[in-house]
Ligand binder design. Structure first.
Ligand code: ZN
Length: 381
């Protein structure tokens, strides 16, 4: 098992902000006092320190019993990992199973503050939802940012890859820079097809301005050739994808773009996303993969597409500033752990990792393991 933390934004009603701040302040005060005592008595053992500080700290800070226990752990943990312990600031609160609860059905968390147990709604995307699916986390940290927003970092255990046990999954990223890129590092360039397409669309623009009978005929012939070329290409790509998966006994994971299409149509979509979601060619590719995989008994899963290109596939961090990304064109460079990789392969790796969680839990309703082909009529292209 590997422990990672899932960062979730809290929806905090105005009247509760001061309650959180009061607890954060109490926790920081407790940590600073406990650190002072530990240093003075040269006591770095959790149990012994507990005997020394528990009563006086509860009295001076008014914190709940479990907050004090967590403050002791925080101080000792910090002293072990940091050479020079600085002053504890009121921006972070450690929570355990007695002071924190994740309620999956309601997408809320229960957090014990000095005033008692309070529930907060989470503002999270599909990526976090997928990671938290079916988890009963027992530890979390509540943080306040410089901007005054509140986040909860929920610790969860994910299965790592014990050889032969965890199902292998090849993640396939469609149509960002290339037509398809896999987590194994294979890619099929979109260059050839794009060139062909540009050529056709130029001719088409010319012809369309004329609107005569013969020009309509020419248009039909053009689109026929374009379609045949695309079809040929998709047959080849899908054949290789399925063969590769079959050879190493892996499943194939794709992003589920059907929902993006519905939800994103409400608001402006980035150009790339629009191309990816509205392009029938990608549906055709997934359709071909679908039936070839079916014949070859290769499993295909669909994962939520949120953040797959923004997340570091090594440490799972997303750029903390809204609108900014660790991705820069072809390169992904993580500002948290320094991981540097081809941006499309990084995205494919995230798709593969999410794919593993879906292959592991086939009973997830709604999102996983269904063939959700949407065939877009050619007239809608
Ligand atoms: Zn990283």
């Amino acid at each position: 098992m590997q422990t990672i933390s899932v960062k979730c934004k809290l929806q905090v009603p105005v009247e509760l902000r001061s309650e959180i701040d009061r607890t954060l302040q109490g926790f920081a005060d407790a940590c600073n006092q406990i650190y002072g005592i530990a240093k003075r008595e040269n006591c770095w053992n959790t149990t012994k320190l507990h005997h020394l500080v528990y009563k006086p700290i509860r009295e001076t800070t008014g914190l709940k019993a479990n907050h004090v226990c967590q403050a002791i752990r925080r101080v000792i943990g910090n002293a072990k990992t940091v050479k020079q312990v600085h002053k504890f600031r009121p921006t972070s609160l450690s929570l355990d199973v007695r002071t924190f609860q994740y309620i999956e059905d309601l997408q809320t968390v229960g957090v014990t503050l000095m005033c008692g147990r309070v529930k907060f709604k989470l503002s999270i995307g599909n990526y976090q939802l997928a990671l938290l699916k079916g988890q009963s986390p027992t530890a979390a940290t509540l943080n306040k940012t410089k901007q005054g927003d509140y986040y909860i970092n929920i610790c969860i255990d994910l299965p790592t890859n014990p050889a032969g046990k965890t199902p292998k999954v090849i993640g396939v990223d469609l149509g960002r820079r290339d037509i398809a890129t896999t987590s194994k590092g294979d890619s099929w360039s979109g260059k050839q097809i794009q060139n062909t397409r540009d050529r056709y669309s130029k001719v088409r623009a010319n012809v369309q301005s004329k609107r005569t009978r013969s020009s309509r005929k020419l248009l039909r012939r053009l689109s026929g050739r374009e379609q045949r070329f695309q079809k040929w290409l998709n047959h080849n790509i899908s054949k290789q994808l399925v063969q590769d998966a079959k050879r190493i006994n892996a499943a194939l994971a794709f992003e589920d773009l059907t929902n993006i299409r519905e939800s994103l149509n409400q608001k402006p979509i980035r150009k790339v996303e629009r191309r990816r979601t509205n392009n029938w060619a990608f549906y055709q590719l997934r359709l071909f993969v679908g039936y070839k995989a079916n014949i070859a008994s290769v499993r295909v899963v669909f994962v939520p597409p949120a953040y797959t290109s923004q997340t570091c596939s090594r440490c799972h961090h997303v750029h903390p500033v809204k609108g900014k990304s660790y991705r820069n064109g072809k390169v992904f460079k993580c500002g948290h752990c320094g991981f540097e990789h081809d941006a499309d392969i990084n995205a494919a790796n995230n798709i593969a990792a999410l794919g593993v969680t879906f292959v592991n839990s086939p009973e997830i309703p709604g999102i996983a393991c269904q063939f959700r082909w949407t065939i877009v009529p050619l007239s809608d292209r």
